[in-house]
Design a protein around this ligand. Structure first.
Ligand code: SF4
Ligand SMILES: [Zn+2]
Ligand SMILES: [Zn+2]
Length: 301
């Protein structure tokens, strides 16, 4: 196996590109994919203050590294979810990454700062933990960015994540989620811009990037992921990709380029009848926002 660029020994093949790369040219390939995503979708302006949502996993740390290399000067925000040892270790990986590179990592802790953890919220709502977790992440990353003067939150959703979410949305024809599934959600009143610069890179590429760049990351799966239906969708998509390399990229890129327009009356995070949450001031369609309602339920016992 030879590198497509220099013909030296390759360390990884990327079947959907029908290409193999040596270490250096694989890193260049990853940077180029992120650079293209940033530029194709106008994700970042020259003076934007960028906040990376850091979990301590491969995607968010690779994203942080890539954005630094591309000159975006991003800071990180780690959100402690209170999922036992998994969260403790994830935080350590995030801190070690930031310390080694002299980067700024902010931290918010659901338990210490908001009085409940993801397991508390899951028990109180009797729903899969990922729904309370996702809601808390969306709310707290957005609120932190607004309060600290960041223009944009960058998340580590990769091609595999986007393909799995898209499959789930299509299987249910969830039009509202399809409308909001985009590589960029523009700024709106009460919302900073959200961008997904890894949308052109797969899970396997992000793991390889971390290994080759010597980035230590949380390898363990979240122990609360068991009920997450996106894991099943990823299995299905992986078997399709095995027999037809490029399927996931065609599915996601095709949706972004041609499909999304059918759902695209308004791409913002905002809904028309937004008002301010009576508790925290965040935009909401109800009297009290979903995060504040979750907090009340999860801290009640
Ligand atoms: S798997 Fe679910 S509970 Fe675990 S971090 Fe991800 S969204 Fe949160
Ligand atoms: Zn090479
Ligand atoms: Zn609120």
């Amino acid at each position: 196996m030879k590198c497509r660029v220099c013909r030296g020994p390759a360390v990884i093949d990327v079947r959907r590109h029908n290409a193999a790369f040596c270490r250096d040219h694989f890193v260049v390939h990853c940077r180029e994919q992120v650079r293209r995503a940033l530029s194709d979708h106008h994700m970042l302006g020259p003076d934007d203050r960028v906040l990376v949502a850091v979990s301590g996993g491969k995607d968010s740390l690779a994203l942080w590294d890539l954005l630094v290399e591309l000159g975006a000067a991003p800071d990180g925000l780690y959100l402690g979810l209170g999922i036992g040892e998994y969260s403790d270790e994830s935080g350590q990986y995030a801190r070690a990454f930031a310390d080694a590179r002299g980067l700024t990592l902010h931290e918010v802790d659901l338990g210490a700062d908001w009085g409940f953890t993801v397991p508390d919220a899951a028990a109180a709502t009797r729903r899969v933990p990922c729904s309370a977790c996702g809601l808390s992440k969306r709310h707290l990353f957005n609120t932190f960015a607004l309060e600290h003067g960041y223009d944009v939150v960058a998340t580590g959703h990769n091609l595999d994540d986007e393909a799995a979410v898209l499959l789930g949305n299509v299987l249910r024809w969830d039009v509202e989620y399809l409308r909001r599934q985009a590589p960029v959600l523009p700024t709106a009143p009460g919302f900073v811009r959200k961008v997904k610069p890894l949308v052109r890179l797969g899970e396997r590429e992000m793991a390889a990037y971390c290994v080759l760049q010597r980035i230590d990351y949380q390898v363990e799966e979240c122990p609360m992921a068991a009920g997450n239906r996106h894991l099943r969708f990823k299995d299905v998509l992986n078997s399709l990709e095995d027999s037809s390399p490029g399927t996931k990229a065609a599915f996601v890129q095709g949706f972004i380029e041609r499909g999304h327009a059918y759902f695209d009356d308004d791409q913002t995070d905002a809904s028309p009848d937004l008002r301010r949450c009576a508790e925290c001031g965040a935009p909401t369609t109800a009297e009290v926002c979903a995060f504040c309602r979750l907090r009340v339920r999860a801290t009640r016992s």
